[in-house]
Design a protein around this ligand. Structure first.
Ligand code: HEC
Ligand code: HEC
Ligand code: HEC
Ligand code: HEC
Ligand code: HEC
Length: 172
């Protein structure tokens, strides 16, 4: 009897481990999965191929807390003429004609109850690169979270750079 219980327990243990790993994998995949955007805006074309600086569109990264999402006017500076035959650009033209703002889905952010305060300006002025927190957007087709912006990630860099680590630096 005894020598049957041990293998059964071992089997149970490993089966549980596998289930736990699968659940973690599932969570991770969903965490990284980009949401459906109203227009498939390709960063690889604009920031990569056309080599537009990030600040052309995200104007406030070095001036304020928020990086900012560009107004449609910024797109229309080019798309009155550029690539107007493409279906995704026609969606843009439609929003423009109807004077409707594009309902972009926000991707980065913190859990609300964590009450985190974050400022782009401080980091950009300190020379931290966009890639540190957002990955390489020059090769990105669809924006997704590639860096887990959890507390340990923030605090370990603060510690390494003698930036403040008091709780109230980041929590309101
Ligand atoms: C031509 C304009 C344009 C340029 C240039 C551009 N972006 Fe964007 N970016 C957008 C638009 C529009 C969105 C919102 C749509 C989306 O998320 O796909 C966006 C979204 C983002 C987001 C996600 C925001 C969120 O919801 O959390 C990040 C991060 C970002 N851009 C970083 C960059 C970086 C880094 C660069 C430079 C390497 C860059 N962008 C260059 C227009 C631009
Ligand atoms: C130290 C990490 C860090 C760096 C560096 C960083 N970001 Fe962000 N970014 C974030 C976080 C965190 C958020 C979500 C902020 C929130 O929701 O409060 C965010 C949000 C954004 C958004 C969504 C709109 C907004 O303003 O919230 C855009 C666009 C963006 N970042 C672009 C950029 C660009 C472009 C650069 C480089 C010039 C950059 N970020 C550098 C951490 C960073
Ligand atoms: C500096 C000029 C410029 C700006 C600003 C610009 N674009 Fe573009 N965009 C282009 C060009 C040029 C192409 C075609 C590039 C190619 O296919 O090689 C393009 C391609 C596209 C495509 C088509 C991708 C495809 O092939 O399906 C979409 C969608 C798009 N842009 C959306 C936007 C949006 C939304 C904005 C504003 C947030 C914007 N663009 C801002 C120049 C610009
Ligand atoms: C450098 C920035 C930073 C510092 C310093 C910091 N935190 Fe955080 N904290 C964060 C971020 C980012 C999160 C994650 C938010 C999320 O999950 O979206 C977080 C999450 C938390 C959470 C979880 C909140 C929840 O509802 O899930 C608690 C609790 C917390 N922090 C407490 C503290 C305490 C206590 C200190 C001081 C010892 C501290 N933090 C210092 C950035 C920071
Ligand atoms: C790559 C390194 C790095 C990462 C990652 C980073 N920070 Fe920072 N952070 C800094 C540095 C360096 C400063 C100090 C800048 C200065 O001296 O003005 C700073 C300053 C700050 C400040 C302003 C502190 C003050 O004096 O008021 C806040 C708030 C902050 N960070 C929050 C965060 C949060 C939240 C995250 C995670 C989402 C984060 N940081 C991730 C390097 C980093």
């Amino acid at each position: 009897m005894r020598n049957k219980i041990i293998p059964a327990a071992l089997f149970g243990y490993f089966a549980l481990m596998i289930v736990a790993l699968l659940a973690m994998g599932f969570y991770w995949n969903n965490f990284q999965k980009p949401p459906e955007q109203p227009i498939k805006f390709p960063h690889d074309i604009h920031a990569g191929k056309l080599n537009l600086p990030c600040q052309n569109c995200h104007q406030y990264t070095d001036k304020s807390m928020r990086a900012g999402i560009p107004a449609m006017q910024v797109c229309m500076n080019c798309h009155k003429n550029a690539a107007i035959d493409r279906p995704e650009v026609q969606k843009l033209l439609k929003y423009w004609e109807n004077k409707e703002p594009i309902p972009w889905v926000k991707i980065h952010g913190f859990r609300k109850n964590a009450n985190v305060r974050f400022s782009h300006k401080r980091h950009i002025k300190a020379g931290v690169e966009c890639t540190t927190c957002h990955g390489n957007m020059k090769v990105t087709k669809e924006v997704r979270r590639v860096v887990n912006l959890k507390m340990g990630f923030c605090v370990s860099c603060h510690r390494a750079n003698a930036a403040p680590t008091d709780c109230w630096t980041c929590h309101k």
